[in-house]
Design a protein around this ligand. Structure first.
Ligand code: PLP
Ligand code: COI
Length: 340
């Protein structure tokens, strides 16, 4: 264990660790897994990743459990989404077994950076794939590099599990209606930086995007999905332009397990007037409660949390998810992979 780090006060940032893992795709096949202790990549200046955004990534976490075991949460789901993203922008899909082997290897190699149980922190795992071929025409690479870095992290929003405010701004979309929103493509994030920084400068933690076609329905919340509690039900947007969140899928299952009805459907902005709880959910965000949602175009303010605390359903779901991830409760759905 790395005793010098202040585990309980980590933010969500990059910190160097001992190793990363890499694998090349060349001549139509994946090569051997390479272990590297360098955190730089040598890349051709005409690579498609640099010019045409042929880049996809993932985000998942490893946790040190109550029993000392290391658990990686839902790695198969992240591997499957990475393959869908690859197909979406014509990159070579990383085979399931290769993804699994590389995730487990990089976690094991950096074991001393996995935060101790009880610190509330975790090891963030960031797989990414980039187009490496030199090309000036807009066409797919024939060579790719898949790599995984890890870094210990604390909460994504500095407030942790305290509600933060978010805003609606119709001036910006992060993706197009039939665009790349359902894939984890770097370009989607480039398209969100201006809106995100505008929101931050106005004191909001994130933008609540509307569907880019009609601007009528809720889409997602910055780098996270959105859910709300309305009439005691868990409601979350169904949309072609949002990333299918593994965390949201897990929370929907946990809500059902608790006897809470789940609705995945279009949610209009007006419905925000009747919600009793809301949160941004994702690997980084976990379930970050929302205090207030301000519609900057209409001037309407939807006050979700009246007492500055997360609501009871959000709290129960958050606690349940964390308990499974840290091995405090039985993993009845088989979501964790134990790192041996
Ligand atoms: N939506 C966006 C745009 C994201 O970047 C993320 C983060 O991965 C999510 C949703 C949440 O997805 P997950 O729960 O799989 O991390
Ligand atoms: C994650 O939650 O893993 C993400 O990828 C969000 C990130 C863009 C910070």
């Amino acid at each position: 264990m790395n005793n010098e780090l202040d585990w309980a006060h980590l933010s969500f940032g990059y910190m160097p660790t001992d190793y990363n893992v890499r694998c090349w795709y060349r001549n139509g096949k994946w090569g051997e897994i390479e272990v590297s202790s360098s955190d730089t990549v040598n890349i051709h200046m005409a690579a498609t990743a640099l010019h045409y955004g042929q880049e996809i990534f993932e985000g998942l976490k490893a946790f040190r459990g109550k029993d000392g075991k290391i658990r990686v949460f839902r790695l198969e789901e992240n591997g499957a989404r990475l393959r869908r993203s690859a197909e979406g922008i014509m990159m070579a899909p990383v085979p399931e077994e290769l993804f699994r082997e590389m995730v487990l290897k990089v976690v094991k190699l950096n074991e001393r950076f996995i935060p101790p149980y009880g610190s509330g922190a975790s090891l963030y795992i960031r797989p990414l794939e980039i187009g490496m071929s030199a090309q000036v025409g807009v066409k797919p690479s024939t060579e790719f590099m898949f790599m995984i870095l890890v870094t210990p992290v604390g909460p994504y929003f500095k407030e942790g599990f305290k509600p933060t405010n978010i805003c609606i701004m119709r001036e910006f979309d992060r993706v197009a209606p039939k665009g790349t929103g359902q894939w984890k493509v770097g370009g989607n994030y480039a398209a969100s930086i201006l809106a995100g920084e505008r929101a931050h400068s106005l004191g909001y933690s994130a933008v609540l995007y509307l569907d880019p076609k009609e601007k009528k329905y809720l889409d997602e919340c910055g780098p996270a999905n959105f859910f709300a509690i309305k009439d005691g039900k868990y409601i979350t947007p169904a949309s072609e332009s949002i990333l299918p969140s593994v965390t949201n899928k897990s929370l929907m299952q946990l809500a059902e397990d608790m006897g809470i009805e789940v609705e995945r459907r279009h949610i209009t902005v007006d419905e925000l007037a009747d919600i009793t709880e809301a949160a941004a959910c994702g690997t980084a965000a976990v379930a970050s409660p929302v205090g207030e949602i301000d519609d900057l175009d209409t001037g309407k303010k939807y006050i979700v949390s009246k007492n500055g605390e997360a609501g009871p359903v959000t709290t129960a779901l958050y606690n349940k998810l964390r308990a499974i991830q840290y091995g405090e409760e039985e993993d009845v759905h088989g979501w964790n992979t134990i790192v041996e």
